[in-house]
Design a protein around this ligand. Structure first.
Ligand code: MN
Length: 464
């Protein structure tokens, strides 16, 4: 149980990858961390001469697993990122020569014949200190040495996508810190402390505010008109002489006024003080991206991958991770805009219709029957809605899925339960699958078993 053991494991797995050769199947998850990990692995394996096939999946649901079983036997090397640690015995029977799992979710039973790297096995907190894109980066470091450092910014993007900015002032910590420092040292990353609107200092402030989804700014995110009105109401001129101003152009007093007005806005929307303070803190700059690019701010880069992935444009997301820009970036920006509008619409449902129901231990937000949402958006909505949930409760967000109903769960501080374990157990009871981290998890359950599922979770929390 040590960092040393972790790195030994990583080196061991790297040598197995090198020995494989030929073609590789990279399997990953559709969120920002999974997509960044897929891109890091694809770039690294291509450089090593592998032919690559990338498949982006929901976690290993029965349908996802069936797809994998069909594909895997054709490849000498199968690499799974951001998933797999809970299904090692099944994965050992895939029929590929070498199966590698890079996962930071809570692991299940071990199995022979699968090469797993999971920080939890070495006493490293995979929910806070390293994500799957960090694991992919560290593996690339083993395989390629110094040359892999060019991938450090992408690993930081993935970690931010998984909200691992849990250090003081919303900094990355643990193994993520090591990645940040390597990136800074190579001149590829900068860490700054500022008002955290998306686009950093260089985008027109009205747009920067409307683009900010972390934190989600009620009435402003996805709504430039709302952002404009907000700036005027707090006495910050959005434009001078017909030209829109940027954050960098504000004087110290204006910045202070903006930050405190944002904190006030979040507090009045029901955020805790600690969460409202997310408007000010560490920002990560991807130095190689142009000043006006939405990929220059690593948090915005993460949100873009997240948006593109959750809207189902997986190839586009991986292309961005591989460094493709131009048309691809314009298209991604367009999809990210559509995604923000969908989130704004979902928030409107929460504010104006009775989709949020409070039980004793759970708060259930029921988006079933809302066709404008797909199952990939439930996790994003759960993270964004969590600030509105009272302490000690579990938030469950329900969205229709082709395989039944997707449930995303988030624990509010004070909840005494392991969310991932609870999701796994409750889902199993009703013939579904579930899992996750200590404070975030999810499940896919049959549509007619949702009530039984929620009831089981509620009872388990009340009795535990
Ligand atoms: Mn992840």
């Amino acid at each position: 149980m040590s960092e040393e053991g972790f790195f030994e494991r990583l080196a061991d797995v790297a040598s197995k990858v090198e020995a494989a050769g030929g073609s590789a199947l990279v399997v990953s998850h559709y969120d920002a961390d999974g997509l960044a990990a897929a891109s890091i692995l694809a770039r690294t394996l291509m450089k090593l001469g592998f032919a690559i096939h990338v498949v982006v999946l929901e976690q290993l649901t029965p349908a996802g697993f069936a797809r994998l079983e069909k594909l895997a036997p054709g490849y000498p090397l199968v690499l799974l990122a951001d998933m797999g640690s809970s299904a090692l015995p099944q994965l050992s029977k895939l029929g590929a020569e070498t199966v590698v799992v890079l996962d930071h979710h809570l692991p299940g039973d071990r199995a022979e014949g699968v090469e797993e790297v999971n920080p939890h096995r070495f006493g490293i907190d995979g929910s806070r200190e390293v994500s799957s894109s960090g694991l992919a980066y560290l593996l690339a470091r083993e395989l390629e040495g110094e040359r892999a450092v060019e991938l450090a910014p992408l690993a930081v993007v993935g970690a931010l996508g998984d909200r691992q900015d849990v250090g003081k002032g919303f900094r990355l910590i643990g193994l993520n810190r090591r990645v940040v420092e390597e990136g800074i040292e190579a001149g590829l990353l900068e860490e700054r402390v500022d008002v955290r609107v998306f686009g950093g200092g260089s985008r027109p402030l009205v747009k920067a505010l409307a683009y900010t989804t972390d934190p989600f700014l009620p009435g402003i995110t996805g709504d430039e008109g709302g952002a404009l009105a907000f700036l005027k109401s707090v006495g910050v001129e959005p434009a001078v002489e017909g030209r829109l101003r940027t954050l960098n152009e504000l004087d110290r007093e204006e910045k202070r006024r903006l930050a405190s007005a944002l904190v006030k806005l979040l507090l009045s929307a029901g955020y805790s003080v600690q969460e409202a303070e997310r408007v000010y803190g560490a920002t990560y700059v991807v130095v190689g991206e142009p000043q006006d690019s939405p990929l220059r701010d690593a948090r915005e880069f993460a949100q873009m991958l997240n948006a593109v992935g959750r809207m189902g444009a997986f190839e586009l997301a991986v292309a961005l991770g591989l460094g493709v820009r131009g048309e691809a970036l314009l298209k991604a920006a367009d999809i990210a805009g559509q995604y923000r509008s969908l989130l704004a619409r979902a928030f409107k449902c929460v504010r104006e219709e009775s989709v949020m129901k409070e039980a004793r231990a759970c708060v259930v937000v029921d988006f079933r029957g809302r066709d404008f949402l797909n199952e990939r958006m439930s996790g994003a909505l759960a993270s964004l809605l969590l600030p509105y949930v009272k302490g000690g409760k579990l938030l469950l967000v329900l969205v229709d899925s082709p395989e039944g109903v997707k449930v995303s769960a988030r624990a509010k501080e004070g909840l005494r339960a392991h969310v991932g374990e609870l999701m796994a157990e409750a889902a199993k009871r009703v013939g579904g699958v579930g899992g996750g981290h200590e404070s975030a998890g999810g499940a896919t359950v049959p549509a007619d078993k949702v009530d039984a599922f929620v009831e089981f979770v509620e009872k388990a929390l009340l009795s535990g």
